[in-house]
Design a protein around this ligand. Sequence first.
Ligand SMILES: [Zn+2]
Length: 324
Amino acid sequence: MSGGPIKAHAVQLEPPGLSGWAASPTGTAYVHERASVEAGPEVLLTALVHGNEYSGAWALDAFLRSGLHPRRGRITAAFCNTAAFARFEARHPDASRFVDEDFNRVWSASVLDGSRHSAELSRAREIRPFVDRASHLLDLHSMHEPCGPLLVTGLLPRNIAFAQSLGTASQVVVDAGHADGVRMRDYGPFAEKEGSRIALLLEAGQHWELASLQAARNVLMRFLVGCGVMDHGDVPPGWLLPDAMPPPPVMVTHRIVARSADFAFVQDFRGGEIIRRAGTPIAHDAGEAVVTPYDDCVLVMPSVRQLRPGVTTVRLGQRGDGMV
Ligand SMILES: [Zn+2]
């Protein structure tokens, strides 16, 4: 896996045209609501938190165009980092993840209330009121490398249980978030142990594969039914993939961070591999082997696409049935 520049994956799925959603009655560009007269959950669906991950934006666009309305409560759909998305170029598809900084690392009150400025912070401050009011958040992402869908839950049992109950084949990944900033799904009330708010992050598959759009639509609709804003019978044909039994959740225990630009995996891992024996080399870095810390170690989201010292190259986890 070492040597030579990494080729970009083919862009099968073209970027959606979103200009029709710029103007909005909400007063916030690219944020739209569908409300019932009946009280109910406040659901927030977000896409384009990363500008080049637009399978979720296709799914939101399809939802808004479908004419579907909640039976109860309100559904808000937000296209988040539209400034980064506007820079998307198929020739440099990895370059439009963000403009100034990662939109998904600014979600703490101290950063949002602080004096720092960036394109992403301005947009996060616009979207924050919709996040503040949400009882349920589904944040739609995708991945650098081809991989089956993952539902990232954070550590709270209520999110793990909700994700496992959706009837999708998505691997639930239980992780603590990032040291370099707070994700939207870990923001404020979503992270309160005693609270009831639900927040999930979907990694639908590789950014520009058609299968990622199908996964995003399937999870989006199941999430709406699971929250109770829509009934199963309301789901139009073609949105759902067949019911599936999810595998047991994976608890992330380690992040492997590149120490050098020479980091290289020993084989072309795709994620989901289970390495049977502790001490098995999975990569080499700075002249040393990177080995698994325990038996039956699961690899989660391996990628050397944005390789440089300090970047996470893979998460390591343990499967557990007893976590829910
Ligand atoms: Zn993302």
